[in-house]
Design a protein around this ligand. Structure first.
Ligand SMILES: O=P(O)(O)OC[C@H]1C[C@H](OP(=O)(O)OP(=O)(O)O)[C@H](O)[C@@H]1O
Length: 277
């Protein structure tokens, strides 16, 4: 039975939102709703216009027999700025300060609505890049990598600092932890990343940059390409940071362990993605 436009629009929107970056053919929708392709094209034009006006994302429409529609998740500048401002206020709370200039983030990065926004914001930075995998290191980077990968619709891979029999044979790299000046090791299962992959590195926090540098080394071991590095927050670091080309949503400018104050500002994301205002 032919489906009414109002019902088609709701179901089509849901179907597209559930499958980011997947190309869905007009033929598929025409059969699903027992409607003409011309009606489906009009439906998609309505969805495309609304997605753009509401900052939901981009609906690419590809003409021709092999064409169709593809939903590209995104987030607009106003919503991004509002989110980053709200996170700077949260991170500035006194009781978040940890020894060594770290900041307690696990409660924030355990909240589904925060993780959804972090994933959208980071994925938006790379929506026009070819990404084959999102990479992070266990443990606190994992929820961020999972969220970003869901918006990019690509797998995420997890490096570990400990060996696990369940990972099978692994590639191991040593790296200098900038924060602790210690030699650390991280491993990745040989099965998890194809050679020649385009890899996006994400993590929750960057201090000395040693961990991210270790992930860079691992990408080289897999003969793959580092497309970008984006962290939720970075700490100011007096030493020599081993990484200079990265993006951070937030920056912990100053911590005062005596009166337990933390000064947090926006990282370089807004400037890199939207240009400084
Ligand atoms: O820039 P660096 O000086 O290398 O520090 C950033 C590391 C340290 C911390 O991880 P840990 O708390 O050590 O490990 P886990 O995420 O497993 O809690 C954080 O999640 C980053 O991965």
């Amino acid at each position: 039975m032919k489906t009414r436009r109002s019902d088609r629009l709701i179901d089509m929107t849901h179907y597209l939102l559930e499958r980011p970056h997947a190309l869905i053919s007009l033929t598929f929708f025409a059969k699903r709703y027992e409607s003409a392709k011309s009606s489906i094209s009009e439906d998609l034009a309505i969805i495309k216009r609304t997605f753009k006006a509401r900052g939901i994302g981009i609906l690419e429409t590809i003409p021709g027999a092999a064409g169709g529609a593809r939903y590209i998740p995104s987030i607009n500048e106003v919503e991004t700025r509002d989110f980053i401002v709200s996170m700077t206020e949260k991170l500035s709370e006194k009781d978040r300060l940890l020894p060594g200039g770290y900041v307690y983030l696990s409660d924030l990065l355990g909240k589904p609505e925060v993780l959804r926004q972090v994933g959208r914001v980071i994925a938006r930075q790379y929506l026009d890049k070819q990404i084959d995998a999102v990479m992070t290191v266990a443990t606190k980077g994992v929820p961020i990598a999972q969220s970003v990968s869901s918006y990019l619709n690509v797998p995420f891979v997890i490096l570990r600092r400990d060996s696990k029999i369940t990972e099978g044979s692994t590639v191991s790299v040593n790296y200098v932890s900038g924060s602790s000046e210690r030699i650390e090791k991280m491993e990745l299962s040989k099965r998890s990343l194809k050679r020649g992959s385009n890899v996006l590195v994400v993590d929750d926090f960057m201090k000395g940059g040693g961990t991210v540098n270790g992930m860079k080394s691992m990408i080289e071991e897999f003969e793959s390409k580092l497309v970008g590095i984006t962290v939720f927050a970075e700490a100011s670091f007096e030493g020599h940071r081993m990484i200079d080309d990265y993006t951070s949503l937030l920056k912990v400018d100053k911590v005062n362990t005596l009166n337990k104050t933390i000064k947090v500002s926006a990282g370089n994301y807004l400037e890199k993605v939207f240009g400084e205002k």
